[in-house]
Design a protein around this ligand. Structure first.
Ligand SMILES: Cc1cc2nc3c(=O)[nH]c(=O)nc-3n(C[C@H](O)[C@H](O)[C@H](O)COP(=O)(O)O)c2cc1C
Length: 323
């Protein structure tokens, strides 16, 4: 038996007798993309990555999904935008972002200095807007993939979210596929018929599915009688949603052949392992970064430790092992 030591993507075979604790192969393949490990920072919870460089070793992460990018900058929703709930957090940020042009001009040159895979999260309110963002990014160097956020209102169809309807999903993913040469991940809304949406995305050319976004939710201050958010409703994230999204990952990973990237409430390596056992090839860490920006880094180390404890040589051996 041999252990596999991955050093900067060079795989070296070692006899088991000289296997060291760090020799676990954490690398994962998402379609054509090879990540050094399965831990990715989730969109909207890690800025544009570079803002965290003084706190976190960005090269230690498998990937970074940047804040959702639109064709034009967006100011976002009125305050308050965040509120804590039992076991989770509500947000109504309103997809505030600097816009794709400023991202390419100011953030991407900095991000390119790191080995970590950078994934651009893309959204729009029309199909043309999604395509426009991808067109701008296609001309830029330094991105590994796109992640389409389809939990956005489709203004051409009365404001219904793209990702709640297989037809709208097919339209937006087909258009994005035609515009994108890079790998295309599609991020599902959890409050949909996820199996039908996953199959529509797969048939339209997606390379991977991210499962899932936040759950529509609300919180009311009983004294004032007002919403605790500037917008009445928001999205629930954090540990409270982990059991719900874990089931979605289990369901989606059996409904399609595409790799699934699981996220929702991951705080520890043990949480990540649950997602991998359920069927995820990789995982993302989101809300946990608000409590500790180094969470993703700790999850990478925790996964290495977990594999060592179980005498596993490859993290991939854990995937879809639910009994
Ligand atoms: C403050 C905040 C902003 C977010 N912004 C985005 C975004 O721009 N695009 C997107 O696809 N998801 C966004 N999300 C959703 C997260 O990426 C993730 O899907 C969700 O929070 C569930 O994971 P978690 O429980 O680990 O946070 C955001 C989440 C939060 C909390």
């Amino acid at each position: 038996m041999v252990g596999v030591c991955v050093v900067d993507s060079f795989a070296v075979s070692l006899p088991a007798s000289v296997r060291r604790p760090t020799d676990v192969d954490l690398s994962v393949r998402i379609g054509s993309l090879l990540l050094s490990n399965p831990v990715i920072a989730a969109s909207g919870t890690f800025g544009y990555g570079v803002e965290f460089a003084h706190l976190v070793d960005l090269n230690s992460l498998g990937g970074i999904v940047v804040k959702g990018l639109s064709a034009q900058p967006l100011a976002g929703a009125p305050a308050p935008r965040l509120c804590e709930t039992a076991g989770g957090m509500l947000n109504a940020v309103g997809l505030q972002n600097i816009g794709v042009h400023t991202f390419v001009a100011e953030k991407l040159p900095e991000l390119r200095k790191y080995r970590t895979a950078v994934i651009a999260n893309v959204f729009g309110h029309t199909i043309a807007e999604y395509v426009e963002v991808i067109r701008v990014l296609e001309d830029a160097e330094g991105l590994a993939a796109y992640e389409l956020n389809i939990s956005c209102p489709n203004v051409d169809h009365g404001g219904a979210e793209f990702g709640l309807d297989p037809v709208s999903t097919t339209e937006v993913v087909t258009a994005a596929r035609q515009a994108a040469k890079r790998p295309l991940w599609v991020k599902l809304a959890p409050n949909a018929d996820v199996k039908a949406i996953a199959q529509a995305a797969e048939a339209s050319g997606a390379d991977a599915l991210t499962v899932a976004n936040t759950y529509p939710a609300m919180s009311i201050d009983p004294l004032s009688g007002r919403s605790r958010l500037g917008r009445r409703t928001g999205g629930l994230s954090g540990p409270a949603i982990k059991p719900l999204t874990l089931r979605l990952v289990h369901e989606v990973s059996r409904a399609v052949k595409l790799p699934v990237i699981g996220l929702g409430g991951i705080q520890t390596a043990a949480d990540a392992v649950e997602y991998i056992i359920a069927g995820a090839t990789a995982i993302q860490v989101g809300t946990a970064h608000f409590a500790d920006p180094k969470t993703s880094e700790s999850v990478v180390e925790g996964l290495r430790h977990h594999c060592n404890e179980l005498s596993l040589y490859k993290i991939n051996d854990l995937r879809r092992t639910l009994e």
